[in-house]
Design a protein around this ligand. Structure first.
Ligand SMILES: Cc1ncc(C[n+]2csc(CCOP(=O)(O)OP(=O)(O)O)c2C)c(N)n1
Length: 345
């Protein structure tokens, strides 16, 4: 049976081994830092609004919020180009915003309206936009890893130098299919970047209770896939690590794995009593490591923006989210004739 973190007297299996390499920070220009701030703030406010709308009964089914993890997807996306591909699990709203998908279309998908990015038939977990290089949105834990590896295989087959990014969680990292995909990816030197978003909990189970090797960046070692652990609460650390990994993968050196140490502030999904962690733990993370606050401080300290400049971005983002919420409530329901189109089983 799994032990609670405090009940184990044994040191971590990784103790005494070489630790992750020294953290590097990306040297962002003022315009880049401002755009990271805006992008993360949009994700935060979008998710807060989605949470409210769920509470009002306007969004049904499952809904997993990304609040707290914004630096991961923002830093990774900043290292990609338009022809690269992205795939993730069900905690996917921010990944779509990062891919440049119109917030109106993402919110309308949450409300199940015809104006949604998947015409209202995908909902929170199953959105898709090939046009934006976004290949889902997958509800089966870990399934996106072999599919993401297949996306990389397709690019290798076509002979281009695109990179595919497959995001998955610490819980998904314990799925067998992940390792079958790792084996083939390294064997065939496929252009895929694996991102483990280690937000420390898989539903109500902490990574220490469920993982024999809690240092998840080591999970590719036996396949010879190089891995690094990164401060996933710091967008500049994420961007630096992503730049290095993407450049190596694009050159044809094969897959890489980055473990992003991050944290989700909200429950696993919308109905989560969160008995598995203390309020103090969440508050401490928010107070000391919040990804948006960190960039806000940098913008002020580097005199890139003053309070008024920050407020202007805040207003702009709130207006975008308000418009998305309005669109998501006024877009028509899908026509009944659509019941049997684009639905596979
Ligand atoms: C194959 C499979 N097993 C179990 C589930 C139920 N389930 C949904 S989310 C989840 C936890 C996954 O946690 P993690 O991979 O850490 O991602 P996070 O929710 O933290 O983003 C589980 C077990 C599922 N959807 N699919």
């Amino acid at each position: 049976m799994a032990k609670s973190p405090s009940s184990s007297s044994r040191p971590s299996k990784a103790a005494g081994r070489k630790s992750a390499s020294e953290p590097k920070l990306y040297d962002a220009s003022p315009a880049e830092l401002t755009s990271y701030y805006r992008s993360m703030l949009l994700m935060r406010r979008f998710e807060e609004k989605a949470g409210q709308m769920y509470g009002m009964g306007l969004i049904g089914g499952f809904c997993h919020l990304y609040i707290g993890q914004e630096a991961v997807v923002t830093g990774i996306q900043a290292a990609l180009r338009d022809s690269d591909k992205v795939i993730t699990g069900y905690r996917d709203h921010a990944h779509m915003l990062a891919c440049g998908i119109d917030p109106n279309l993402v919110m309308a998908e949450l409300t199940g309206r015809s104006g949604g990015i998947s015409a209202g038939k995908g909902g929170s977990m199953h959105m898709f936009s090939v046009e934006h290089g976004f290949f889902g949105g997958h509800g089966i834990v870990g399934a996106q890893v072999p599919i993401g590896t297949g996306l990389a295989f397709a690019d290798r087959y076509k002979g281009n130098d695109n990179v595919s990014v497959a995001y998955f969680g610490d819980g998904a990292a314990n799925q067998g299919q992940v390792y079958e995909a790792f084996n083939m990816a390294e064997l065939w030197k496929l252009p895929v970047l694996y991102i483990i978003e280690n937000n420390q909990y898989a539903m109500g189970t902490s990574v220490n209770r469920a993982s024999a090797e809690g240092e998840l960046f080591r999970r590719g070692e036996s396949f010879r896939i190089p891995g690094k652990q990164v401060d996933g609460m710091n967008v500049l650390a994420v961007k630096a690590a992503a730049d290095e990994a993407v450049a190596s993968i694009r050159k044809g050196n094969g897959p890489m794995l980055l473990e992003m140490k991050t944290y989700r502030y909200r429950g696993h999904s919308m109905s989560d009593p969160a008995k598995y962690r203390s309020k103090e733990e969440v508050q401490k993370m928010r107070a000391e490591h919040d990804p948006i606050d960190q960039v806000r401080v940098m913008l002020i300290e580097r005199k890139i923006l003053d309070e008024e400049g920050l407020k202007a971005i805040d207003r702009e983002v709130k207006a975008i989210v308000a418009e998305a919420a309005e669109f998501a409530q006024t877009s028509p329901e899908p026509d009944a004739a659509e019941l049997y189109t684009d639905v596979l089983a």
